[in-house]
Design a protein around this ligand. Structure first.
Ligand SMILES: Cc1ncc(COP(=O)(O)O)c(C=O)c1O
Length: 374
């Protein structure tokens, strides 16, 4: 039987032809396609300025710099995310402060967040895990009351919305990822949604060596920038994907519905929150009933793989990585994130999947777990 990966991008012939056209054009690096993608993304998020980057990691780091965050500042975030989320805080010399997650949404617990705010807190950096948005009303109410910037790590929530408003169309600085596994991809890439043209101008400098060019062909550098521009090759892929993002997400929603319909509820797995109004179903992640299983998570993944089904892990709680332990974090600091991080598995979910694939995954999960229940 054909191997079913946990995710796979859908690239149509039109997109492949557009990439070929760029390759033939003689202009490969940042150029007309990157600008076209920025305009299309800006339109998608209601007209706010958008700048594209080589990754969302770069977009997040640039967002922190635009917000003026550096040494001595604290940034509050979640321990349950891809490690880029906290790495960028360290990269600008600031201090990550973790707050445990809400077990239902698996996102930062807004009920616990305020207790972590100190005189040094400068920003909140929430993550929409699996594309399920953090409550934007409460988030911004807290941020405004404490005078904090918000850098939304919306890497996974492209095309999701908050009560009918698209993620990116509201709020402060918002970063999306176009990594190959995301709901829309440019191979690698990302973007930052900004508040105004001044921020957009600073963003352009920070992504390319701090350079500004004047109309008389002179050049200046007044800020230290890096190198994180997006190529036109990648932008052509992104343009093809953005056109299909809403239909991709609609298909993801149908597949998630099927998962809820067919998943065996007697297995003891904890299923994700069944949200079909805000989220974009970036991932479908049950938590394994490890305490009542003779298999480890790794054994489970291997058993599924042997049946031709790919399973991912997104993510172990990041404060337990060596780098973060060295900063003083330890086991038990954020028990809910740790528990989810140990038990989570990402089952196949991508737009090209057939309905029958979901049924096959559900049957196989049930068989593997039942054979291992104590
Ligand atoms: C939550 C989250 N934040 C940040 C990133 C970083 O994105 P990129 O790989 O585009 O740098 C990712 C990508 O995996 C992510 O899932």
């Amino acid at each position: 039987m054909e191997f079913l990966p946990f995710t796979r991008p859908s690239l149509d012939e039109e997109t492949i032809a557009a990439v070929t056209e760029v390759l033939r054009s003689g202009w490969l690096t940042t150029g007309p396609k990157a600008r076209e993608l920025e305009a299309a993304l800006s339109h998608y998020v209601g007209g706010r300025p958008v700048r594209v980057m080589s990754s969302a990691t770069a977009a997040l780091e640039i967002a922190l710099r635009i917000a003026g965050i550096g040494p001595g500042d604290e940034v509050i975030t979640t321990p349950l995310s891809w490690v880029a989320t906290a790495n960028v805080i360290l990269a600008v010399g600031a201090t990550p402060v973790f707050v445990d997650v809400d077990p239902a949404s698996r996102n930062i617990d807004l009920n616990k967040l305020e207790a972590a705010i100190t005189a040094r807190t400068r920003a909140l950096l929430p993550v929409d895990l699996a594309g399920l948005p953090v409550d934007r009303d409460r988030l911004y109410e807290i941020a405004h009351r404490h005078g904090l910037r918000v850098i939304e790590d919306a890497a996974q929530s492209c095309g999701a919305n908050w009560n009918g408003r698209r993620i990116g169309s509201l709020g402060d600085l918002v970063s999306f990822s176009f990594h190959a596994n995301k709901n829309m991809t440019s191979g690698e890439g990302g973007c930052l949604v900004l508040n105004n043209e001044d921020e957009a101008c600073l963003c352009e400098k920070l992504r390319l060596q701090g350079v500004t060019r004047a109309a008389d062909n002179t050049m200046d550098v007044d800020v230290l920038g890096g190198k994180s521009n997006l190529t036109d090759i990648a932008a052509a892929i992104g343009l093809g994907q953005l056109k299909q993002l809403d239909s991709f997400n609609a298909r993801r929603g149908e597949l998630a519905h099927l998962y809820f319909e067919h998943f065996d509820r007697t297995l003891g797995c904890d299923l994700p929150l069944s949200d079909f109004s805000n989220g974009n179903w970036h991932m479908f992640q049950p938590l394994l009933p490890l305490a009542s299983m003779r298999l480890s998570r790794s054994d489970f993944i291997e058993a599924m793989r042997a049946e031709g089904i790919g399973v991912g892990v997104h993510y172990p709680a990041m404060h337990l990585f060596t780098l973060y332990r060295r900063l003083g974090f330890a086991e038990g600091d954020f028990p809910l994130a740790e528990d989810i991080g140990r038990r989570t598995v990402t089952l196949p979910l991508f737009p090209a999947m057939r309905d029958a694939d979901v049924l096959r995954v559900c049957e196989t999960v049930a068989r593997v777990i039942k054979s291992a229940l104590v």
